[in-house]
Design a protein around this ligand. Structure first.
Ligand SMILES: [Zn+2]
Length: 50
């Protein structure tokens, strides 16, 4: 089982506030899945948790 994504807390999206507007973006860390991806099949994915 994958752990909840630490970037988005399992939401799959992030809210970015640039001071004027808020944007809801897909979490790049988990690609919107809300789970921390396992790296077993992603050897080219680089360092986890970034
Ligand atoms: Zn995430």
């Amino acid at each position: 089982m994958a752990a909840p994504c630490t970037d988005c807390a399992g939401a799959g999206t992030l809210t970015v506030d640039d001071g004027q507007q808020q944007y809801t973006i897909t979490c790049a860390a988990c690609d919107g899945t809300g789970e921390t991806p396992t790296l077993a099949d992603n050897e080219n994915n680089g360092q986890a948790g970034q």
